[in-house]
Write a new protein. Structure first.
Lengths: 391, 213, 179
């Protein structure tokens, strides 16, 4: 049985590429999804124009979480910026701390000690697992499998316990500061970490059985939101979204930072570039992070300084310069562009969040011709966090 | 004001033209009224007991505090055992947790969501940024005092508060409701003009009716 | 990086190359040569990924610096292209858009239009509100916009917040007897 869509129902395209939607004709309906809506990734909204139950046009609206970070940073000294950078992205704050710290270190000519670099890598990988666990729960929840979210949030809580042990905080860790990290590992941390990792691996197996072999999930996720691999660069797609389409974009391999050159891992790749492939890449990427944490704990030095000597932070001036630091976070390339002008305050900091390109230009392209009930699943599958779009 | 909200002529399906003024036609203009207590104290106490045992939260994550909601819904902290649960729509919920800073753009949506909730309704301000601006005290886009714009019953301090703090907050909220002190909705109705004046002072493009039922 | 700069310099009037790291360089180009340079970089040199587009406000010089950061993943290196455009004290600066080369640039251009007041005529949805709603002041990321003053004038503050000068406060804490 083949299906031929009735093209007469679709709006005509004007010569400039926009759609000719006549809302008074009664064929179309404007439908807002969000910001107060259970099927939306955080506090953002999508303005859908639907025809029947199919979307003909979608426009992303952001700005509900705008706090003006880039302006606030300009009127704080270099050390005062450190406690607010992590608040840019809530579910995975550590990349902000790392990118900011590395950018300041590069421009100020400070080198972080060896042990601090290992601990930084450890924290980034732990944060990556947290973020993926959030994602797996959200993705299955968007397709009606509530139980996966219960399991993954539970193991995420276990990982948050390890974070609490290491840094003293659950969500905003404020541990990686310019010059190094605040402290070394606590006593017996490796053993408790190993227990947590085993629990994660056990949950991953369950998730694979219940989510990835589930007929409902397969039926709804396979073929949804296909990204053409040729468009990856044009649309600035990075991270797991690109790797699921067979484009091996992984900053950890392409431009290794911290101690990644000394660790042994392979970026996870997919082929199908649809919602299912993206979920699968992320699930297998959790396993990679688990292996990386084991390697880090086995190889890292256990004594030595964790903090380089900083100048007096009250009179800390950094000479004029500009730099860009990137890292591979769980959603793609995270970067900080820092410009200094020789004064005690940063001239300009620009945060490049991966969601910026994924949630705006890419989502607006993918959302066309998707069923309304699949919009939530599509949005989650791009793994976007609104606070890093608008800062 | 957006063009679709302006007064205009519309042609109906039967060819007849008529005038539409969306802000007046699509919304009810009546302002909120104070809800009197039940006629006898024991009945009112019974109502308050029932209300305190069924706190239904509006699932609207307005800020970073929303990240601690997920652990609360799941087995580790499990707020459901206290009669607390999350609802997707304002019509079904009676507790609005403002989870963190409110940017001016979100404040507008939060007001609409709050006004659509059924009375009696309660508001919890979560995080330091709802109390005095917190980290964002000098930001140009976030409000600094939540209680100027919505009637807040309870604040939970912290940046961000732990799930245990939220659970303790729910317990305190229950005590307040059971004692009959959670009069936020009535306060809002009584001081309606004051709240509206405050809201319009920061929302410069006010393009909605004064009260959204 | 050096030979790439030499190669490009024979085609375009480029400024000096600032080598920040072996894999990251910055170069300045006049605004009218930006488009051919970006096309050359993306089509011939493999810089296919637009990492970010942002602006820096050099208010002392009366200039905006636009930074187009491009990445070549195969060669693992990045090139930042700087363009200096005049900065009018009031009103909009203007620049040509690059949204037809990278569709994602349209989002960056919307942000710059709103936050810096740099207009990109013809860019999709560039005049719509992007992040702010009902904004009444000058574009907030400009250096002459004072966020603290704006916040004090526009929002009600709860009394009781203490602000201390970090230097004086540290002195008091560490040397209470004033030595």
């Amino acid at each position: 049985m083949s299906y031929t869509p009735d093209r007469s129902l679709y709006p005509a395209t004007r010569p400039d590429g926009t759609l000719d939607i006549d809302l008074t004709s009664g064929k179309y309906l404007k439908l807002w999804q969000g910001p107060q809506h259970p099927g939306i990734t955080g506090n953002m909204s999508v303005e859908l124009t639907v025809c029947g139950d199919e979307v003909v046009e979608g426009k992303t609206h952001v700005g509900y979480l705008h706090r003006g970070f880039e302006k606030l940073m300009e009127r704080r000294t270099f050390i005062q910026v450190f406690p607010i950078v992590c608040r840019v992205c809530v579910p995975e704050p550590d990349f902000n701390e790392y990118c900011y710290a590395a950018a300041v270190e590069e421009l100020a000519g400070i080198e972080a000690p060896e042990r601090a670099r290992w601990i930084r890598t450890l924290i980034l990988e732990m944060g990556r697992i947290n973020s993926y666990m959030m994602y797996l729960g959200g993705q299955s929840g968007a397709f009606g499998l509530g139980v996966i979210g219960q399991w993954t949030t539970y193991v995420r809580d276990l990982m948050l316990d390890r974070f609490e042990e290491l840094t003293g905080a659950r969500i905003y860790h404020m541990f990686i500061l310019p010059g190094g990290v605040r402290d070394g590992l606590p006593e017996g941390f490796e053993g408790r970490m190993e227990e947590t990792l085993r629990e994660i691996e056990r949950t991953l197996k369950d998730v694979e059985e219940v989510m990835f072999r589930n007929a409902v999930f397969k039926k709804r996720a396979i073929g949804l939101g296909y990204i053409d691999p040729a468009l990856m660069d044009t649309y600035g797609v990075t991270g797991p979204n690109a790797r699921a389409g067979g484009v091996a974009k992984d900053v950890r391999k392409d431009q290794p930072y911290l101690v990644y050159p000394e660790l042994d891992f392979e970026p996870v790749m997919g082929t199908d570039s649809d919602c299912y492939a993206r979920a699968d890449v992320r699930r297998r990427d959790v396993q990679v992070s688990v292996d990386l944490i084991r390697q880090i704990l086995a190889k890292m030095p256990h004594d030595g300084p964790v903090m380089a000597k900083l100048p007096n932070v009250l009179h800390w001036k950094i000479p004029r310069g500009e730099t860009y630091i990137r890292g591979e976070c769980s959603r793609g390339e995270y970067g900080y562009y820092l410009v200094t002008d020789g004064s005690g305050y940063p001239r300009r900091i620009n945060v490049r969040g991966p969601s910026y390109t994924h949630a705006m230009a890419l989502l607006e392209r993918l959302i066309v011709n998707v069923n309304i009930s699949d919009v939530a699943g599509l949005m989650v599958s791009l793994h976007t966090y609104p606070p890093e779009i608008e800062r | 004001m957006k063009p679709e909200l302006m007064k205009r002529m519309v042609k109906g399906p039967d060819g007849q033209e008529f005038e539409v003024e969306p802000l007046r036609d699509y919304y009810c203009e009546a302002a909120p009224t104070v809800m009197p207590a039940a006629y006898i104290k024991i009945v009112e106490d019974f109502f308050n007991w029932a209300r305190s045992e069924s706190i239904w939260i509006l699932g609207f994550g307005t800020g970073c505090g929303a990240i601690e909601m997920r652990p609360l819904m799941t087995p580790r902290f499990d707020a459901y055992r206290y009669g607390v649960q999350w609802r997707p729509t304002p019509r079904q919920s009676n507790l609005f947790i403002i989870s963190g800073y409110l940017s001016v753009k979100t404040l507008k949506r939060a007001i609409r969501s709050y006004e659509q909730m059924q009375s009696p309704k309660y508001v919890i301000g979560l995080g330091s940024c709802t109390i005095n601006g917190g980290m964002y005290w000098d930001s140009y886009n976030t409000i600094k005092r939540l209680d100027d714009y919505l009637p807040v019953d309870l604040y939970i301090a912290g940046c961000m508060p732990r799930p245990e703090a939220l659970l303790a907050g729910f317990m305190d909220m229950k005590k307040i409701i059971r004692a009959g002190n959670a009069e936020g909705a009535n306060k809002y109705a009584e001081n309606f003009d004051w709240y509206k004046a405050n809201q319009k002072q920061v929302i410069h493009d006010w393009d909605m009716p004064d009260y959204n039922w | 990086m050096r030979e790439l700069h030499q190669r490009l310099k024979s085609l375009f009037p480029l400024g000096e190359l600032t080598e920040q790291r072996p894999d990251l360089g910055f170069v300045t180009v006049p605004a009218e040569y930006l488009r051919p340079l970006l096309l050359q970089l993306s089509d011939r040199e493999g810089f296919t990924h637009l990492v970010l587009l942002t602006a820096v406000d050099w208010i002392e010089d009366g200039q905006f610096q636009l930074t187009y950061l491009l990445s070549n993943r195969g060669a693992a290196r990045d090139l930042g292209v700087r363009v200096m455009i005049p900065r009018p004290a009031n009103g909009l600066a203007t620049m040509d858009g690059i949204h037809d080369i990278w569709p994602t640039a349209a989002t960056y251009q919307r942000e710059l239009r709103e936050m810096f007041g740099i207009d990109f005529p013809g860019s999709p949805r560039v005049d719509e509100e992007f992040i702010l709603e009902g904004w009444i002041d000058k574009p907030p990321y400009r250096r002459d916009f004072d966020t603290k003053k704006f916040s004090e004038e526009n929002f009600n503050h709860r009394p009781g917040r203490e602000t201390r000068d970090p230097e004086q406060y540290m002195k008091q804490q560490l040397y209470p007897d004033g030595k």
